[in-house]
Design a protein around this ligand. Structure first.
Ligand code: GLU
Length: 549
């Protein structure tokens, strides 16, 4: 307000009519004010200058933004503090203050999944379909895992806009096991860079069991997603610190990536892992014999550190935020904190994509086409780059060690949505849904593209768009169809093609014009002839496709 008073006093036009800086500031101020007004009016449906504060909360929840989201804490608390259930414009403006961009994106449906509620309902349906799958067996190589209720089942999704949804036992903690490995690898990359890290660990799928006693032809672990590679990543993390501080360091990374989720340490799991870890000890000694570890590594400490990482506990809600932080290039979407560089994440996702799902990695990359990592606790973390992260937890495992329901969920997910990394190049991928689009946006966009191609006489593009599912009879806001545009521009080949595809070759636009009347208006004689003949053929029930240029 103070700024406005000072500006108003100083507001003047210079002699040549050019705005002085104070006027420019006024304009910005007015623009900002107008934006707040527009947001306010969305809630103020009866235009009485007051809005129900619960409507704000409802909109947030519908959009998938939880009321405990750290980004909007101040706003939510300020709104709650108003004693009256209604708030006026100036209170609204003052409270949403620093969250105004987020609110604007929500109101204008510019979050990555605009119809979040619909998406969640569809995800819930998949979740319930998959629930009936009771095949597989809970891991029992240590008693703590063997005792877990096999019926436990949970799913959570977090988008890169910070929209969140969770179903089932979503707040029951489970231990990370191998889902810890991508993050351990990222930390090693952040500390040493890619070249140094890959002097100690390869980046090829092993084609072998996750704990098999084998190294690649350079005597390195095949990749950081299997046990030997996970142990190697641990050896590379903050070897300057004592074990307690190293563990604290890794826990802090998990905390930041998960937006401060509940994290526990499961001591019985850790002790059992250590007790029964002959194979991991064997891998460690094998690598030490081959001089694979960085100079000065302490093998027993490294193994201890590795068992500790496997024994960290999280729930699906937290793990989905971690997956979303990876999807978001290393920035936690619900805190905005940058945890890893985007190149670190790129490297990690590449290896999750080729090696993250044990011996099923090749098949998973082929049929699901998404970077993912699973662990023997039954957790699966799936990343849809630039869109969202999923976490699924169901303890029954298949023969490869992957959660049975986790895999089935992913299969349904990519059957329904165009999330497979190569869906964008599949011609009929339009059959799959794209939840990134607003309702009908894909149809509208296709009509716009088709109208443009028709107006330019670009027959190839017109054919391409129609064979990809664009509706040749679709019309824009004014009722103008591709046929109108091609006819008035005199693009004969396009007119001929469209008349063979359209159900109605005499659509009427909002001014009463048809393609034929458009062609007459612009004197396109050849097109007039085609359209007259086509009309006759249509009337005679022969269709227009018999016409020849
Ligand atoms: N703690 C397990 C091991 O090292 C991890 C197994 C896994 O989840 O892949 O054997």
């Amino acid at each position: 307000m103070k700024t406005r008073a000072v500006d108003a006093r100083a507001s003047k036009k210079s002699g040549n009519g050019v705005e002085e800086p104070s006027q420019a500031v006024d304009h910005i101020f007015d623009g900002v004010n107008r934006e707040y007004q527009e947001m306010f009016s969305v809630f103020d449906s009866d235009s009485d200058g007051l809005i129900d504060k619960h409507e704000i909360f409802d909109l947030l929840e519908k959009s998938g933004i939880l009321l405990n989201d750290a980004r909007i804490q101040q706003t939510v608390e300020a709104i709650r503090k108003f004693s009256s259930p209604k708030i006026n414009f100036s209170d609204f403006k003052a409270t949403i203050g620093e969250n105004s961009s987020l609110f604007k994106n929500i109101i204008q449906q510019r979050l990555i999944i605009p119809e979040f509620q619909t998406f969640c309902e569809e995800i819930r349906e998949i979740f319930e379909t998959v629930r009936s799958n009771r095949s597989g067996k809970v891991a029992d190589y240590i008693p703590e895992l063997g005792r877990i209720d096999p019926e436990k089942y949970a799913l959570s999704v977090t988008t890169v806009s910070g929209q969140r949804y969770a179903i089932g036992d979503s707040q029951t903690p489970f231990c990370l096991q191998s889902t810890s490995k991508p993050i351990t690898y990222c930390l090693a990359l952040e500390e040493h860079g890619r070249e140094k890290v890959h002097e100690h660990v390869g980046r090829e799928p092993s084609g072998r069991g996750f704990n098999e006693l084998s190294l690649n032809h350079k005597d390195l672990p095949h990749n950081p997603m299997i046990n030997s590679g996970g142990i190697m990543s641990c050896s590379l993390i903050r070897s300057d610190l004592n074990l307690a501080d190293r563990f604290d360091y890794i826990l802090q990374a998990w905390s930041k990536l998960s937006g401060n989720a509940r994290l526990n340490f499961n001591n019985p799991v850790y002790l059992s892992e250590r007790e029964t870890a002959d194979r991991n000890f064997a891998l460690g000694y094998f690598m030490r014999e081959k001089k694979t570890f960085p100079a000065g590594s302490d093998l027993l400490q490294t193994l201890d550190f590795y068992f500790q990482c496997c024994s960290i506990e999280i729930d699906v809600e937290g793990l989905s935020v971690v997956a979303a932080s990876l999807a978001n290039g290393g920035v936690c979407p619900i805190s905005g904190e940058k945890v890893f560089s985007s190149t670190t994440v790129q490297n990690c996702l590449s290896l999750m994509g080729s090696c993250g799902m044990y011996d099923f990695s090749g098949e998973f990359a082929f049929s699901i086409g998404l970077p993912a990592k699973s662990g023997v606790s039954g957790a699966v973390m799936v990343v849809i780059p630039n869109v969202m992260g999923f976490a699924i937890w169901s303890p029954r495992l298949d023969a490869q060690g992957n959660s049975v329901r986790g895999i089935e969920f992913c299969q349904h997910l990519v059957e329904q949505y165009n999330f497979h990394i190569y869906d964008s190049i599949v011609v009929d991928s339009s059959k799959k849904k794209d939840p990134r689009l607003k309702k009908n946006a894909s149809k509208i966009e296709a009509v716009v593209q088709l109208c443009w191609a028709a107006s330019q006489g670009d027959l190839f593009e017109v054919q391409n768009l129609i064979s990809n599912g664009a509706n040749p009879d679709g019309a824009d806001y004014d009722g103008r169809t591709p046929l109108h545009l091609a006819a008035s521009e005199g693009h004969e080949a396009v007119v001929l093609y469209l008349t063979s595809k359209c159900r109605n070759i005499s659509p009427v636009d909002r001014w009463g014009g048809t393609p034929l009347s458009d062609a007459k208006k612009s004197g396109k004689l050849q097109v007039i002839r085609f359209l007259e003949e086509a009309s006759l053929a249509h009337l005679a029930g022969n269709g227009a496709s018999a016409l020849q240029i």
